[in-house]
Design a binder for this molecule. Structure first.
Ligand code: 9WN
Length: 419
């Protein structure tokens, strides 16, 4: 059974492999996505280390001069996705989007390096990537935390990777739609529209893209000029964890300066994170930098916070919260609280389970010693795969496969979990 699943997962990776990068899935997402690639490299690393390194190398080859690593790289033209390069208009030789995504690369590189069999290759690759990943982290703290609070904001829902989360509803409602050029969505030709964001959300997503494009994609201006500025505990936990992992890697490679700068970022972030805790919900919440208030939305972002080192009593509370959620739905971890009125088990980030997030929550809680709930998350993840294949996401009540199929990072997580 185990070997069968690994073989099937490898076939999914092979199908979506474009040589130097993978597409998330054929049809729906025909380009390279940032956090998909870094997490998918973990899967490749179990059977082809060189290919795993190449995936991340390709991603960083398209890093911007200011340090940002874009969320999409449009390697080959394909009109099956909207918004394409002409909408972003970032003016690069190989076109990219103009926003970023969760900074998982530092974590992935550290993990792949730590367990690599080909030590010479791993050292060479890690040494080349180290300053580039550090430049990205510096970019985050300079451009997305201009006041030096210790936590960074996202300026577009797509940056979070959790596009239509309930977390963004109120902040996104303040984004205008006037002046948005008419467009035709492509995603709904590939996936069930009931599983995807609404047209109204898309208009606001595109307004933000047009607004940033009008500012020449100048990152020193975008944060303050964006009507959407949200501090997401999950997003910050990923960045903090990657800073810590990069510090450990820098220690191994004798790069003391990068190690101490990375630790300083992480320490400031961990200290600031506690202000996002909600006693009422027993988890972390997002913070709206425009209104200056916490966002009353119990989503998976506040549980993913456990991916970075949080105090033991907080990890314990998150484990208890997951226990409670696990009595309400048969499959952990739903992307939104099943008891909340906004919960929708089919619609993307408003309820469905995503294997990559399960993996990161489980990894963080394992470090915190919460082994019982970790076992439940891992078991539920494998049950989903056995019943419903390598989907983009799953209904946490019925296990219905949703979104795209033959999904790269879902397959990569299966290889990672089973090895
Ligand atoms: C926009 C590729 C990406 C993931 C995101 C997921 C979805 C894109 C979209 O697909 O977002 O970036 O068009 O819906 O939400 O997490 O990286 O798999």
């Amino acid at each position: 059974m185990k070997q069968d699943l690994i073989e099937q997962a490898r076939a999914v990776l092979a199908r979506n492999d474009r040589g130097d990068y993978t597409v998330p899935t054929h049809g729906l997402y025909p380009f390279q996505w940032n956090w998909d690639s870094a997490l998918s490299a973990l899967g490749f690393s179990h059977f082809d280390e060189a290919r795993a390194w190449r995936e991340i190398e390709t991603l960083f080859r398209h890093q911007w001069d200011d340090g940002m690593v874009p969320h999409i790289i449009f390697h080959e033209m394909n009109d099956g996705y909207f918004p394409g390069p002409e909408v972003w208009a970032t003016g690069r030789a190989v076109p990219t989007s103009g926003i970023t995504q969760p900074a998982v690369a530092g974590f992935a590189v550290r993990r792949i390096h730590a367990r690599a069999k080909n030590r010479a290759l791993a050292d060479a690759q890690a040494r080349a990537l180290l300053p580039r990943i550090h430049a990205w982290h510096q970019w985050f703290y300079t451009n997305r935390d201009p006041q030096g609070t210790g936590l960074v904001a996202i300026i577009h829902p797509w940056e979070s990777g959790r596009d239509n989360s309930v977390d963004w509803d109120a902040a996104l409602a303040r984004v205008p739609t006037e002046g948005v050029a008419p467009f035709q969505r492509r995603d709904v030709a590939h996936a069930n529209p009931a599983h995807r964001p609404t047209d109204e959300e898309y208009r606001r997503y595109i307004w933000l893209v047009q607004h940033f494009r009008g500012l020449g994609w100048d990152n020193s201006r975008l944060h303050d000029a964006s009507p959407f500025r949200v501090v997401d505990p999950g997003f910050n936990a990923i960045l903090i964890r990657s800073c810590l992992d990069l510090a450990a890697l820098a220690d191994d490679l004798g790069e003391a300066e990068i190690a101490s700068a990375s630790r300083a970022f992480a320490q400031a972030g961990i200290a600031a994170m506690d202000a996002l805790w909600s006693e009422t919900h027993g988890q972390y919440l997002c913070f709206d930098r425009v209104t200056g208030a916490l966002i009353d939305s119990p989503s998976i972002g506040g549980l993913l916070a456990a991916f970075c080192p949080i105090p033991d009593h907080r990890a314990q509370a998150i484990a208890q919260r997951l226990d409670a959620i696990g009595t309400a739905v048969p499959y952990l971890v739903p992307s939104h609280d099943p008891a909340a009125p906004e919960f929708d088990g089919l619609r993307y980030w408003r309820g469905p389970v995503w294997l990559i997030v399960n993996y990161m929550i489980a990894d963080g809680l394992k470090r915190a010693g919460q082994t019982r709930i970790v076992r439940r998350i891992v078991d539920d993840s494998l049950r989903l795969i056995e019943q419903s294949g390598f989907a983009e996401y799953y209904d946490p009540v019925t296990a219905e496969p949703c979104g795209g199929s033959s999904f790269t990072w879902t397959a990569a997580m299966v290889i990672e979990i089973l090895n």
